[in-house]
Design a protein around this ligand. Structure first.
Ligand SMILES: *Cc1c(COP(=O)(O)O)cnc(C)c1O
Length: 223
């Protein structure tokens, strides 16, 4: 198993463009497996449950250069811990959550960098903004002056074909560019967090700067 994880990472690192940040999604996997990925060169790890992540962070305190990414739906009552204990939160998925995080970010020395979660296609099973709704709430988001909003994130609906996947990733990339040209929106968005094990090549083609890979690195999830 150790070998398989290291092999997967080596193959990915050979193939990925240098500007793409590889996040190993370690949800459901043990701290021991995170150590194996770390030994193979990974420094970015993604978790989707706050409690599970905090436990692993405690077990891995001897690896201080790990960069922790929160990639799950964040409940508002956990916003305070999340902004303080993660380097990145990819999943700001509502104005309510943004405002809560903004409030706590004011009191934290190093608040997490953040991305806004976008739904380029309607998807009742996912959180996040559809594009018209994001524009409607832009003024209130712009007022979240303590947030470090760095980019956009997306998870596409299941079962899209290759062309639809490519088009949806491109829509998110175009939205990023459009927001950067919108006067009154104070954040410069450099990041595009998009692409999972099944679709990361297409995401990179559309300009992804961060890809989030679980199964492609660790194999099937433990749970
Ligand atoms: C689980 C998860 C991933 C990784 O998915 P894989 O298909 O295992 O690569 C990426 N992003 C998010 C938000 C996830 O929840």
């Amino acid at each position: 198993m150790a070998n398989a994880i290291a092999q997967n990472i080596i193959h990915l690192q050979e193939a990925l463009p240098a500007q793409v940040r590889l996040i190993a999604v370690s949800k459901t996997h043990s701290a021991a497996k995170i150590r194996l990925a770390y030994a193979a060169g990974i420094r970015d790890f993604g978790e989707n449950r706050l409690q599970e992540a905090l436990e692993k962070q405690a077990e891995l305190q001897d690896l201080p250069d790990i960069c922790w990414h929160f990639i799950g739906h964040l409940q508002k009552n956990k916003a305070k811990k999340a902004i303080a204990h993660f380097d990145w939160i990819h999943t700001i998925d509502s104005l309510d959550l943004a405002q809560k995080l903004n409030q706590y970010a004011a009191d934290v020395e190093n608040p997490a960098n953040c991305c806004l979660q976008i739904k380029p296609l309607p998807d009742p099973n996912k959180f996040g903004w559809e594009i018209p709704q994001l524009f409607a709430e832009l003024p209130e988001l712009a007022a979240c002056e303590h947030l470090k909003i760095q980019g956009l994130m997306t998870i596409l609906p299941r079962g899209l074909g290759e062309q639809a996947t490519q088009a949806a990733f491109q829509q998110v990339a175009d939205l990023r560019d459009q927001l950067n040209q919108t006067t009154g929106f104070p954040f410069l968005l450099t990041e595009l967090s998009m692409g999972m094990s099944g679709d990361y090549s297409l995401a990179i083609r559309a300009g992804a700067t961060m890809i989030r890979l679980g199964q492609r690195i660790f194999g099937d999830r433990d749970q």
